[in-house]
Design a protein around this ligand. Sequence first.
Ligand SMILES: NC(=O)c1ccc[n+]([C@@H]2O[C@H](COP(=O)([O-])OP(=O)(O)OC[C@H]3O[C@@H](n4cnc5c(N)ncnc54)[C@H](OP(=O)(O)O)[C@@H]3O)[C@@H](O)[C@H]2O)c1
Length: 303
Amino acid sequence: MEAIKKKKRVLITGCSSGFGLLTAVEAARAGYDVVATMRNLGKADYLRQALDQAGAAAAIERLDVADRGSIEAIAEKYRPVDILINNAGILIMGSFLDITEDEMRTIFETNYFGVVALTRAVVVGMIENGSGLVINIASLAGLIGHIFNAAYCASKHALVGFSKSIRQELEPFNINVVSVEPGYHKTEIIRANANISENFYDQDSPMFQYNRGFLRLMRDEIIPHAGVAQDVVKTIMKIMAADKPKGHYVIGKDARFATTMQWLGATCALEKKIHNKLLAATRRENRRAEARKAKRKKPPANQ
Ligand SMILES: NC(=O)c1ccc[n+]([C@@H]2O[C@H](COP(=O)([O-])OP(=O)(O)OC[C@H]3O[C@@H](n4cnc5c(N)ncnc54)[C@H](OP(=O)(O)O)[C@@H]3O)[C@@H](O)[C@H]2O)c1
């Protein structure tokens, strides 16, 4: 009789929306033993509905990667995990002059320290088990600079550096570490979860007019061209099924273009292009603001 193959256990963070939610559903549908986690179980209904629609099932658990207690509890309860997907992440946009130190620390706590803490807690079981796969959802922002996103970029660069380093440390234990680097894709991180720094609209900031131009650039040119989230999920599923996954995967047209420019030594040309787009968007935004001001000043026609 053929031996019953044990389902691989996949632990995913940040499953209330975006890549996390979609990956949890796809992985459950593909027959993995999925532990889908999120920091706020009040948001679990979206995932439950998506699982129901797919005719799939997953354990849904609370896990806030910024809370060491919840990391320890989940790592203990589900040990050993075969595949860990460090997906949870946050974005707080704002120039490095405007963003507060607390906001920078919040970004790092989730995007970097949370990943490190969970990976340390889970990898112990993988070492005992003799195998494992860690997939870190980094970003194109972990490879190149992004204006008005220095803190997010720095956290993702840290994550890429962490992934590259531990990949070598964990190789002797038959544990693969993969860094995924998507460009912009349509998920909540560029919609409802797109936070801006509390000082973003501070008119005394030397960055004020450029901040507004940056938002205009995002709205007019970047978000409309963002990729489809399912493309990232497809790549994650491919990595999960691969015998020998690559060390990193760049996903999306923008990410492939930017990394090619970097490889060609043409990063300055790319930065210049973005800078010119920012100036044009800032001029457009300033004209709009002037027009609004003039309209407010104009007395009604019947006076
Ligand atoms: N979409 C893109 O353009 C893009 C590009 C490159 C990289 N990424 C990366 O992809 C990952 C997934 O983001 P997404 O695009 O799918 O955006 P998303 O829809 O905003 O999903 C982010 C998820 O992370 C969760 N999260 C935030 N802080 C957390 C914490 N402390 N503990 C646990 N979960 C937490 C969010 O939970 P709440 O609902 O509670 O906030 C949400 O479930 C992130 O690491 C992001 O940086 C995204």
